[in-house]
Design a protein around this ligand. Structure first.
Ligand SMILES: [Zn+2]
Length: 145
């Protein structure tokens, strides 16, 4: 019997930060935010432990709040334990951007979005931000690439 069948209900995290995402950021931003790649990872019934209580603030967005972003403080390092997609116990320690992704997704499991922990003064419509940065000389596309 697998560990999964012992649970009445399961919580599932699907995580990924593919190498293709690197093209979206300048090398300076990629480095400053502590970004690194994370292959597609499934963690079932995840439990998160904070390893480094130092909070780091960076812009964050979410497909559930599409077109907006805000500064969100997150812990620098976390440990995730759970069960992988083969039913094996897994322990994952992460820092930087991957730790941020984990906290963001763990919040989703609790019904929270980044807007629940953002600096509200930094909340912005990303389309207007792009228009302002380009002083209005930009054509916005209203479809997903
Ligand atoms: Zn999200």
């Amino acid at each position: 019997m697998s560990l999964l069948t012992l649970q009445k209900s399961n919580r599932i995290l699907a995580l990924e930060f593919s190498p293709r995402r690197k093209e979206e950021f300048s090398p300076e931003v990629y480095s400053a935010r502590g970004m690194s790649t994370l292959p597609y990872t499934i963690i079932i019934n995840p439990q998160m432990e904070i390893l480094d209580y130092k909070k780091v603030v960076f812009p964050e967005s979410c497909e559930s709040v599409r077109g907006f972003s805000a500064l969100v403080p997150r812990y620098e390092a976390v440990k995730l334990t759970g069960i992988d997609n083969k039913g094996e116990s897994v322990v994952m320690q992460s820092r930087g951007w991957i730790a941020r992704i984990i906290q963001h997704e763990m919040d989703h499991l609790e019904g929270k979005l980044f807007v629940d922990s953002m600096d509200p003064k930094s909340f912005q419509n990303d389309a207007w931000h792009r228009i302002n940065v380009h002083q209005g000389r930009i054509q916005l596309q209203f479809y997903k690439k």
